[in-house]
Design a protein around this ligand. Structure first.
Ligand SMILES: NC(=O)C1=CN([C@@H]2O[C@H](COP(=O)(O)OP(=O)(O)OC[C@H]3O[C@@H](n4cnc5c(N)ncnc54)[C@H](O)[C@@H]3O)[C@@H](O)[C@H]2O)C=CC1
Ligand SMILES: CC(C)CC(=O)C(=O)O
Ligand SMILES: [Mg+2]
Length: 355
């Protein structure tokens, strides 16, 4: 089993160091770890945020564990050299089109949610976000205009792209509460009209799943008003990016939510994937030991489940995380004072005691 580890920038290395300790505490036989450079760190060392050797390392692995990229010192670089291109490049080059972002409340942490505790208690949803299309990958540019500089980012989806993420959404819903909400903006966007019609067509193959549709503005409102109504959400790249950050505040902190990015490639043990917290490099707290490593640790659990077929180890990690949070080992983002290292220590100790 080969895992490529790309820690990246800002708090990326801090949270990945803790995830790595948790992985080592599991003492899995036959595991090889490789480390590669991405983001601003890679740009400084190799002149590119996603050097060819990093991409090759990812291709040769069964899974990638990713921290975060982004560094304001790179803001003036041309777009193709900015750190964020590393994660976009990995997602597109590796064909990782389905981004699974679960958001569920942790028992006893309801008071830390931005919602009322009784509302927060009801959250248990999965955002299935399309990851290879939309405005992030469409034609983009800048030109002069009568109104000054004009920029554009083309939003587009074709039926094949929508079909494959719709299948991912329906399959995910089948494994959960059999309810799928497709989020779009079909009242004004052509892209969304094709999205909605294609999702309805794919629904014929999943008669057991109850499908509904919601405009993204209403979905954002419903998410904070009554998140319990959602089971599985399928949506485009931009809407999914925004709604999942919003969902993290409903759970308690962006430092808690993990993600899996999957494509079609199968390995000897499961589906090849890239696993990362939903947060970014958080330059405002980088280097201060304040980053919550839980999202990175839970991303590792998703890696073990989806790419390495090690469900029992994934559950062991998830139980350890739930236990330390219930014990009150909380970082600053959750109103506590535990450092990144202390949260990692507590998870490692629990892993060892949980059989
Ligand atoms: N996949 C990736 O690598 C992503 C990279 N980014 C990049 O990250 C950089 C910073 O972006 P922001 O918009 O500030 O988003 P961010 O997610 O890095 O941070 C947003 C807020 O959440 C806090 N936060 C994030 N992770 C946390 C954690 N684990 N524990 C405690 N608090 C945490 C930060 O301190 C900040 O106040 C930018 O360069 C952005 O492009 C943003 C999102 C995803
Ligand atoms: C950094 C961006 C490319 C994407 C993002 O914010 C995300 O995937 O959560
Ligand atoms: Mg994001």
């Amino acid at each position: 089993m080969k895992i490529a580890i790309f820690a990246g920038d800002g708090i990326g290395p801090e949270v990945i160091a803790q995830a790595r300790r948790v992985l080592e505490a599991l003492s899995l036989p036959g595991l090889t770890l490789f480390e590669g450079d991405v983001g601003a760190a890679a740009y400084r060392r190799h002149g590119h945020p996603l050097p060819p050797e990093t991409l090759e390392m990812a291709r040769a692995a069964d899974a990638v564990l990713f921290g975060a990229v982004g560094d304001f010192s790179c803001d003036d670089l041309p777009r193709e050299l900015r750190p964020e291109q590393a994660i976009l490049g990995l997602r597109s080059e590796l064909g990782l089109f389905a981004n699974l972002r679960p958001a569920a409340g942790f028992p006893g942490l309801e008071h830390l949610s931005s919602l009322k505790p009784e509302v927060a208690r009801s959250i248990d949803l999965l955002v299935v976000r399309e990851l290879n299309g939309d405005v992030y990958f469409g034609d983009k540019g800048e030109r002069g205009s009568a109104g000054g500089r004009e920029g554009w980012d083309m939003m587009s989806y074709n039926e094949a792209e929508v079909r494959r993420i719709a299948h991912a959404g329906f399959r995910a819903a089948m494994g959960r509460g059999k309810k799928l909400t497709s989020v779009d903006k079909a009242n004004v966007l052509e892209t969304s009209r094709i999205w909605r019609e294609t999702v309805i067509e794919v629904a014929q193959e999943y008669p057991e799943v109850e499908l509904d549709h919601m405009y993204v503005d209403n979905a954002a409102m419903q998410l904070v008003k009554s998140p319990g109504q959602f089971d599985t959400i399928v949506t485009g790249n931009l809407f999914g990016d925004i709604l999942s950050d919003q969902a993290s505040a409903c759970v308690g902190s962006i430092g808690l939510l993990a993600s899996a990015s999957l494509g079609e490639r199968q390995t000897d043990y499961g589906t090849f994937g890239l696993y990362e917290p939903i947060h970014g490099s958080a330059p405002d707290i980088a280097g201060q030991g304040k980053a919550n490593p839980v999202a990175a640790v839970l991303s590792l659990a998703m890696l073990l489940r989806h790419s390495l077929g090690r469900e029992e180890d994934a559950v062991r990690i998830e139980r350890a995380v739930e236990a330390i949070l219930a014990d009150g080992v909380l970082g600053g983002d959750l109103g506590g004072s535990a450092s990144t290292q202390e949260v990692g220590d507590a998870i490692v100790r629990k892993i060892v005691t949980i059989s």
